[in-house]
Design a protein around this ligand. Structure first.
Ligand SMILES: NC(=O)c1ccc[n+]([C@@H]2O[C@H](COP(=O)([O-])OP(=O)(O)OC[C@H]3O[C@@H](n4cnc5c(N)ncnc54)[C@H](O)[C@@H]3O)[C@@H](O)[C@H]2O)c1
Length: 328
């Protein structure tokens, strides 16, 4: 099978590329390298292209036809919530425009299978503790809106020309499947805490007066290698030709961990003796966000294998292996 992975040189995409290569699939990575790096996708063909740029539809369709692509996995997107609030036009151009180009190229090249990186951000501030896929979607920022619109675009393409698609709604992705594939960004909790500790500064906790057992926010942490495996399960499901029972799936564990829990595990892993500093709440943080994994378990036969200790240990190990990071 020949799989086109857009944004495959990034954090999550590179994990999926490695799993695909390990099982012998042919992989073509399309990435503009604005964020990802070529060394993360050794063994795959790499085509440097902005999927949201002019001429992308023709370039992508030609590539799909030339390589006999059977499915696309679409990671290519911008992912910073704050930036999406400041630059909504650019986020729509990149995330929605890039996906529109990809879908038009697929239609032209008759490639009818697509896996899309969606996000728990489509739920916004849900009124329930554990989120099912079918609750009302109310994203609270342009980033989350682009993900929800992406799901609508694929549903419309299914109706119009028979696209088979899966939208995977990731919860809090962390850890590293291999030391050379750690998260390059410092946007999520674990890398943010490690960065503060490596600089000899106390990690910050935003709000300890939420209605949760220890007062800090609760999130559903998913190991990036488990998340990558969910893409393989989804790919096999699309390729099976089975009638699709559902298109969107939470990729979570159904279990939450508090910010305090996570911070103390990171402090322990790094051997630091600094205590976290409590700051005021940040706007727009729901007290609790946990994904019900029942649907993905039942239909895609996927289940998380790693726990929070594995996540923290692997994130720390990749941090220490990364020459660009300040080490402990
Ligand atoms: N990391 C998370 O916690 C998280 C959570 C939910 C959803 N997601 C989604 O998963 C996907 C992958 O996330 P990630 O953490 O691996 O991000 P990342 O930034 O590490 O990877 C994205 C990759 O896409 C490339 N890219 C971006 N815009 C492009 C464009 N216009 N054309 C071609 N390539 C482009 C970047 O160079 C990068 O290699 C994104 O769609 C993101 O929104 C991530």
């Amino acid at each position: 099978m020949s799989i086109l992975v857009a944004g495959g040189a990034g954090y999550i995409g590179a994990h999926v590329v490695r799993l695909l290569l390990e099982r012998g699939d042919e992989v073509i990575v399309v990435d503009d390298l604005s964020y990802g790096t070529p060394d993360r996708v050794d063994g795959a063909e790499l085509v440097q292209l902005d999927v949201a740029g002019c001429g992308a539809v023709d370039a992508l369709a030609d590539l799909m036809e030339a390589r006999g692509v059977s499915a696309v996995i679409h990671f290519a997107a911008r992912k910073q919530v704050g930036e999406s609030v400041a630059r909504p036009g650019w986020y729509y151009q990149q995330n929605v425009g890039g996906l529109a180009n990809m879908l038009m190229a697929m239609e032209r090249a008759r490639v009818d299978q697509m896996i899309f990186s969606s996000s728990a951000a489509v739920y916004g501030m849900p009124p329930v503790e554990v989120v099912d896929e079918d609750i009302e979607k109310k994203p609270i920022n342009p980033y989350g809106e682009t993900k929800l619109i992406g799901e609508w675009m694929m549903a419309d393409s299914e109706r119009a020309w028979g696209l088979r698609w899966a939208g995977l709604r990731y919860f809090n992705v962390a850890g590293a499947g291999w030391d050379d594939l750690g998260d390059m960004a410092t946007l999520n909790l674990i890398p943010m805490v490690m960065e503060r500790l490596a600089d000899g500064e106390a990690p910050k906790i935003f709000g300890d007066d939420y209605p949760t057992p220890d007062g800090t926010c609760i999130r559903d942490y998913i190991h990036v290698k488990d998340l990558a495996a969910a893409h393989i399960s989804a790919l096999d499901y699309l390729a099976s030709g089975e009638e699709m029972e559902a298109n969107v799936f939470n990729v979570g564990t159904g279990v939450g961990a508090s910010v305090k829990d996570v911070v103390s595990k990171v402090i322990k892993a790094t051997g630091s003796n600094l205590e976290p500093e409590i700051m005021p709440r940040r706007a727009g943080d729901p007290p609790q966000l946990i994904g019900n994994p029942e649907r993905i378990g039942r239909i895609l036969k996927w289940k998380a294998e790693y726990d929070l200790d594995d996540i923290v240990e692997s994130a720390f190990s990749a941090w220490q292996a990364d020459p660009a990071r300040k080490h402990f």
